[in-house]
Design a protein around this ligand. Sequence first.
Ligand code: UD1
Length: 316
Amino acid sequence: MSANPIVTGGAGFIGSALVRALLDAGAKRVSVIDNLASGKRENLAGVAERVDLHEVDIRDAGALKPLIKRGATVYHLAAIPSVPRSITDPNPSHEVNINGTFNVLSAARDAGARRVVYAASSSAYGDTEVLPKTESMRPAPLSPYAAQKLMGEYYCSVFHSCFGLETVSLRFFNVFGPRQDPNSPYSGVLSIFMKCVLAGTPPTIFGDGEQSRDFTYVEDVAELVMRAAEAEGVQGRVFNAGNGNRYTLNETWRLLCDIHGAAIQPRYGPPRAGDVRDSQADVTAAVRDLGHAPRFSFEEGLRRTLAWYAEAERTA
Ligand code: UD1
């Protein structure tokens, strides 16, 4: 019998979507490692009976080690995923994103795991002169978070070259969708936009709103992550995990208002430290080598996400 897949951060927004996708794709059970710092049990509602949830912090190497099983595929998504938090409070981000990643890779190596798929970040690119951003560009992190996520990639590649552990790193580009928590000062911008449009209140846009992002729907990311676990000849490599488009925050807010039938002017605040100006993925390598095939246009993703938030508010 093959080992159950393991998802670190599996009670989080992206992790719980991946858990659902793995179960839909035929996994009998999924093992989740999550300290529930930002993850939540309710994110696994409806699938909890097929999930083994281990409330363990990846900084705790001793507790982590026995949970990683021989032959298992490990999806390493646990992180403190915020650019501004890594600036205001860099220590925990460093410990989770770098030391925690090292612990996951070490445990995977020691156990003889089959492969580790790592959630890297497009923030590693920083501001590039050219768009879209391709994997061959030189990384130029602008925040501790970006540096930490890049270090995780380097560790993945070195665990492959030095120890023979199969790893694949995916640079996520602004993932959005159902279950993204809008209630923290570090929440992703689209979750905040969703909350505002439903409440009829203006969001605060940091800067002029002309910064752009390649917003990627969470189900497309989950699908790509699973492809990365199976693809041949990609061990040790790094791939963009984006949609290939980019939208400014101003365009995005307008689009969301149009979808909802609202007309609300945003507020503007000072630009945020550590922010990348523009972000857009070249997905050529992911399409060619991983079979990446995003199914959701930005607008369709926004519609689905808005419907989910509206329903969550209705039933709260
Ligand atoms: C996001 C992810 C990060 C991921 C990266 C990949 C989150 C919280 N962060 O970082 O984990 O690795 O993409 O590229 O999902 N903004 C506002 N108003 C707000 C909140 C944000 O204007 O209320 C702006 C920010 O200043 C920034 C943009 O929206 O310009 C996106 O910010 P954010 O959603 O925090 O994501 P990233 O920093 O791009």
